[in-house]
Design a protein. Structure first.
Length: 725
């Protein structure tokens, strides 16, 4: 972001008192709680909040001018709310702008919501913010002044504690017998395909899951319950009900980081969807999320089984009462039941855990971890039993939903098997992002398809004039590997594509390609001139041979000179908001450039091209405004107060020193939690409670890249970032 608002957020220079505050009125909480008890075992979505229909616009907040743009702020409070969330309309953010929402304790940040996320539809649901007040902060760049629009049409007071929070010491409201999915690590992969749904009312919740397709398209098809859409419970879906469902918010990865722990993983949310099909008899609904989710490595598309064979055991992964993800299990065969039709549901009496409101739409998995249905609810009222004895759950049968009502909008088949393979089962899979290994060939090089499902094979081939110089050896038995080697001779370079045709049951389901180049004579070096950036001096980097498999560390604001004897063209691309540009090399085959202001802390890619413009070689930079990078096996950390700042000092020994701007607040006896997260995957790499001021962290087997450092000190959450080289 690198603008005024980012600076304000980093310094936590905001508060309720600095913004216009709008207080919500009181309401009859006892009446809602009594209604909730009556609805407890009904097949209706879980209600956690009370809505206030309001009308606030961007004219009601406060604008403050800065040199690079302006910031709009407004706050909403509701006495004794456990959480707050909002429905926005007429929502538009121009390019370069973004919206953040923070709680009054400054420990939970939602956003940034950017131009790409804000403009799927006219209605936008925000995520759920803990606490009884929330602050809106919207940055509008100077180049698009006056283009933003936003109206707050509904404020939801969360009166039920739907989520566990390390920030507030709350436990979720689901039954105590429910089991964190983190306690069943063998279901880690499946948990990545399960999501929580915030319905368009803003105060109701369901569950659901991503589903695989036979052509491996990784379209974000999301299976949930019919009754989550059918708000008037008449077993028919009106156009208004369908339109409302298309404004849902979908949240993934909302779960504990460790079994029975207090830390929550970083979740990710997506707004809006397109209705695809639904059928009341098996209580299924299928939507397609508006965003492309394929580039998110933290997601899994669940496999399914439509044979109708009775599962011998199974599980359900779900969000009961909107809580963090839980898992139920049963070790005996499923039974059949009737609900809106004859023998169209599975039912079980769970050995572990129970389903509750909010579990609607969650996947029932068989003994092979394949989806065989989605949770409908409890066929018979069990309110007279103790909460954790309400073991029965019923789920609409997946194999009957396959053909459903016989039309495209009442069945699953045409969406999940668009190429008509007739498959009856399919495995879970993560999105296939690319073909492994680099784009250049300087010797025998092995390639494979990343995340290839176990029931698929690959046939490899070459296209372009590179084929004249290489042999393709199809590796067995997996057929997922090939090795490229030189035919003969001494060649300079040749470009083309490696093709992977992916087959399932002898049917071509997907084709991947990768640009490659034969390089027999290549020498690329770079150097950096010494410079100063914002008062920080950066030493010169002497000429260094570049390795395409690692990131090369350079500094924002310094001149970098590249030398290459082979290629004639290159382009340089960096983070969003900047367009890559093409440059010619000068006669000496060198080119100098300065990473632009605003590109600090992001990866930069230098694409070398041959005479045809084919990208044959990609070099990786990481630009930053710090003054070093990490290569040692240990990081020394010091905590000297409540306001943290990461600076890379003593580059020779590669230590990270976390220091306070005011050392007078130092407290060596404080207990705090230190965490490292891999920024590219959102996976937590390290977590430890520390007593005192320092800790050693072994990073010898960590992946290279950008990491987020988080310190949890009492009720404060402090963040910084660094790169491990």
């Amino acid at each position: 972001m690198n603008n005024a608002l980012e600076s304000i957020i980093e310094r936590k220079d905001y508060s309720i008192e600095k913004t216009p505050i709008y207080q919500m009125p009181s309401f009859d909480l006892e009446k809602l709680q009594a209604e909730d008890i009556e609805l407890e075992d009904c097949d209706v979505p879980f209600r956690f909040g009370n809505p206030f229909d309001v009308s606030y616009s961007i004219r009601d907040g406060l604008w403050q001018e800065y040199k690079d743009g302006r910031i709009w702020s407004i706050s909403f409070c509701s006495n004794n709310a456990k959480s707050m969330n909002f429905i926005l309309n007429d929502f538009y953010i121009p390019e370069g702008g973004y919206l953040c929402i923070v709680d009054k304790k400054q420990s939970c940040l939602y956003g940034p919501v950017t131009n790409e996320k804000a403009n799927h539809s006219n209605t936008f649901l925000t995520d759920i913010i803990p606490g009884d007040c929330a602050i809106f902060l919207l940055f509008e760049p100077l180049t698009h002044k006056g283009e933003s629009s936003l109206s707050v049409n509904r404020v939801i007071h969360g009166y039920r504690s739907i989520f566990t929070s390390e920030y507030y010491g709350q436990n979720g409201s689901s039954a105590p017998c429910n089991i964190d999915v983190a306690c069943r690590p063998s279901y880690e992969n499946e948990s990545k395909g399960v999501g929580l749904v915030l319905l368009s009312s803003g105060y109701e919740i369901c569950s659901g899951s991503l589903l695989m397709t036979t052509n491996m398209s990784f379209k974000p098809y999301f299976l949930t319950a019919f009754h989550c859409i059918d708000s008037n419970t008449d077993l028919e879906l009106s156009s208004d009900e369908i339109s409302s469902a298309e404004n849902w918010l979908f949240m993934f990865n909302y779960k504990k980081a460790e079994c029975n722990g207090s830390i929550i993983t970083n979740s990710f949310s997506y707004n809006s969807a397109t209705f695809r099909s639904a059928w009341y008899s098996t209580d299924f609904a299928l939507l397609e999320i508006a965003d492309s989710l394929q580039n998110n490595p933290g997601l899994t598309w669940l496999g399914w089984d439509r044979t109708g064979i009775t599962p011998t055991s199974g599980t359900c992964v779900h969000h009961p009462c909107g809580d963090v993800m839980k898992i139920n299990s049963i070790s005996t065969p499923f039974n059949t039941s009737s609900w809106n039709g004859d023998n169209n549901h599975w039912y079980v009496n769970w050995d572990e855990g129970i389903t509750q409101g909010g579990s609607s739409g969650a996947p029932f998995l068989n003994q092979n971890k394949l989806v065989v249905g989605q949770n409908h609810g409890k066929r018979f009222n069990q309110n007279d039993l103790p909460l954790c004895d309400r073991k029965r759950s019923d789920a609409g049968m997946f194999h009957l939903s396959w053909t459903g009502g016989g039309t495209n909008n009442t069945r699953l088949s045409n969406w999940l098997d668009p190429i008509g393979t007739g498959q009856t089962t399919i495995d879970s899979a993560s999105p296939i992002i690319n073909i492994s290994s680099g784009s250049y060939i300087q010797g025998p090089t092995t390639y494979q398809v990343v995340n290839l499902p176990s029931d698929c094979t690959v046939i490899w081939s070459l296209s372009g004039y590179v084929a004249a110089f290489l042999n393709v050896q199809q590796n067995t038995p997996s057929l997922n590997q090939c090795t490229l080697t030189f035919r003969s001779g001494d060649h300079d370079n040749a470009g083309g594509q490696l093709i992977a045709n992916i087959y399932r049951n002898n049917t071509l389901v997907r084709t991947l390609s990768k640009d490659i180049c034969v390089i027999n004579h290549l020498s690329v070096t770079y150097r950096q001139d010494a410079c100063a950036y914002y008062g920080v001096s950066h030493p010169a980097i002497p000429p260094t041979t570049m390795n395409p498999d690692v990131f090369h560390y350079v500094h924002q604001g310094c001149t970098v000179t590249l030398t290459c004897s082979l290629f004639k063209y290159f382009n340089l691309s960096w983070g969003s908001g900047y367009q890559p540009s093409d440059y010619y090399f000068v006669n000496s085959n060198t080119f100098s450039f300065v990473l632009p202001l605003g590109s600090g802390g992001i990866p930069c890619f230098l694409n070398l091209k041959d005479d045809t413009g084919q990208i044959c070689f990609q070099l990786k930079f990481f630009s930053a405004s710090g003054n070093g990078n990490l290569t040692s096996n240990n990081i020394s950390l010091q905590q000297l107060g409540s306001q943290l700042k990461v600076s890379l000092i003593n580059v020779a020994s590669n230590n990270v020193d976390i220091i306070d701007r005011s050392q007078s607040e130092r407290n060596d006896n404080i207990k705090w939690i230190l965490e490292f997260y891999n920024a590219s995957t959102s996976e937590r790499q390290f977590s430890k409670e520390i007593s005192g001021s320092s800790c050693d962290v072994d990073i010898s087997d960590w992946k290279k890249g950008l990491y987020i450092i988080r310190a949890v000190i009492a009720d404060e959450i402090l963040n910084e970032k660094t790169i491990i080289q």
